[in-house]
Design a protein around this ligand. Structure first.
Ligand code: NAG
Ligand code: NAG
Ligand code: NAG
Ligand code: NAG
Length: 210
């Protein structure tokens, strides 16, 4: 007499349990999906700070040419003339993201005085690749000659100029695109005798935007 009621009792309980079990199952699925999403988000952030860690490019001077307007028969620049120095620079992109950047024009300083302008063209660097770039520096010779220290630099054979470039661009890693600003402190040391760039250095600093 005890068993039938038990069975009768068990049946309605089972019927009641079934939907709640389904609900629990659904809940577990949702939790599982949320956990997966969370995991993916963590992974993306981890990637952003490791693989997608932004590092500045490395600049290497390959060669240079100088174009001076000299007084015939002398090594003196013609008054009012400009000199153009073109530096052939290779730029290595160390990032796993490609970098598309705009052109730049920056004032060039020599012994604290603005003497000209450095220009770099816009371009696109593939991820983990090296690109070539022509950096052109136009120098107003009169302003260089007006510097009292120029004579001693000529005697020493070397003159150093510097500029600060600010380049805007975009980095792309898979579908992730980020706007970046690259600030650089560049110096170029000119061998005054050979009229070529002896040393070219750029220290970049990259800032990412969301
Ligand atoms: C430097 O430039 C010359 C000629 O422009 C080229 O033959 C040479 O491969 C370049 N070297 C590097 C390291 O880029
Ligand atoms: C030299 O450069 C300056 C500044 O870029 C420019 O104003 C001037 O016209 C140039 N002079 C010559 C002779 O090209
Ligand atoms: C740099 O300039 C030289 C000479 O004007 C040219 O042959 C070369 O293609 C230029 N390189 C780039 C990357 O623009
Ligand atoms: C460039 O130089 C200035 C002053 O000398 C300094 O404040 C700045 O941090 C430097 N920037 C880079 C990218 O090295």
């Amino acid at each position: 007499m005890d068993k039938p009621p038990e069975h009768q009792l068990a049946a309605p309980i089972d019927e009641e349990k079934a939907p709640s079990l389904r609900k629990r199952h659904l809940l577990r699925c949702c939790t599982c999906a949320a956990a997966s999403l969370f995991f993916v988000a963590i992974l993306a952030i981890a990637l952003a700070f490791t693989v997608f860690r932004v590092r500045g490019p490395v600049f290497l001077l390959n060669g240079s040419t100088a174009n001076l307007d000299l007084i015939p028969g002398t090594r003196l620049p013609r008054p009012g003339s400009n000199a153009t120095i073109r530096a052939d620079v290779s730029v290595r992109n160390r990032n796993y993201a490609s970098f598309r950047y705009g052109s730049s024009a920056s004032a060039v300083y020599y012994r604290g005085a603005a003497i000209g302008e450095a220009r770099a063209p816009a371009g696109n660097m593939a991820a983990r690749r090296t690109a070539r770039m022509n950096v052109t520096v136009v120098i107003v010779m009169d302003r260089v000659l007006a510097q009292p220290g120029f004579g001693s630099d000529v005697e020493a054979g070397r003159a150093t100029m510097s500029w600060r470039a600010r380049i805007g661009g975009r980095m792309k890693f898979w579908f992730i695109k980020k706007h970046v600003t690259m600030k650089m402190n560049c110096t170029a040391t000119v061998d005054v005798v050979k009229m070529e760039v002896a040393e070219y250095k750029c220290k970049p600093k990259i800032k990412l935007f969301r």
